[in-house]
Design a protein around this ligand. Sequence first.
Ligand code: ADP
Ligand code: MG
Length: 295
Amino acid sequence: SVPAAILSALSAAARGGVLFKGGAALETLARVSSFAFDKTGTLTTGRQEVVGLHCEGDEAGFLARLAGLEAHSEHPIADAIRRLAETRQIRPAEVREARAVPGEGMVGVDDEGMIWAGNARLAARMGARGIEEETQALLAALHAPPQTLVLLGRGARILGAVMVEDRLRETSRPALDALRAAGVTHLAMLTGDRRAVAERIAADLGLPSAAIHADLRPEDKVRIVAGMAARGRVAFVGDGVNDAAALARADVGIAMGAAGSEVALQAADVALLSEDIRRLAAAHALARRTARIIR
Ligand code: ADP
Ligand code: MG
């Protein structure tokens, strides 16, 4: 039978919006010495805004195609792009056969053929050459600090780009500070986003360069969690479809429940129903106190 101390800790945690799938997850969390966090939608709000747009020629036509493709995506970036099109009263173009390329973007077919939208890795996959220079030129054109760049392309040709910006959750820094104070030795940020963007966010969190893992595909997140697991028990906190494998690989997988995807919730051992990730630090402290009682 489950010790009374664990049952009462599970219900106390649940009242704080942290749902454990069982007593074992609580006991494992007490032993966790490192935490890996997904960036977008976990440490940041995931509510992105388009802050810049650059294309050759007609902006409305460009945005219609981009929004038409992103209409098929659940990613927070897609949301931001659809909202911009709506604000400008631009009707999204018809896009068929749309599918997600995990950690990279979207591909689909419009009236002129195949189009894609996503990051530099997707662009490279599509054979867009000189992508580094093109991206740098776009960034310069947008006068942008490090932000997430979404490129729209057809085959090897880049049609334009938008910059999206995401804000840090106000509770992220205090949550990480609480975990540090509790003696968690390793904190890391894992993201599919560009390194420069990750560095800017990490600076506000007091995370050193070495703790940032950027430009990751979903399978890279799994590999990094596995590497951390070799040094002690590891928790991974994520929200997205792309995080499911890393959530499953971690000793304790923690899904952002309120805004997170169904797939992430299924793969996780713990669901954080609140967007306030300080609740997670509190649950970790509670797990440790409970472990001391029952030992
Ligand atoms: P994170 O690990 O930060 O949560 P994801 O793994 O979800 O990010 O995505 C990684 C990167 O892939 C994003 O930063 C973005 O550049 C690109 N991307 C993913 N989905 C889309 C999309 N629907 N439209 C454009 N770009 C996308
Ligand atoms: Mg995410």
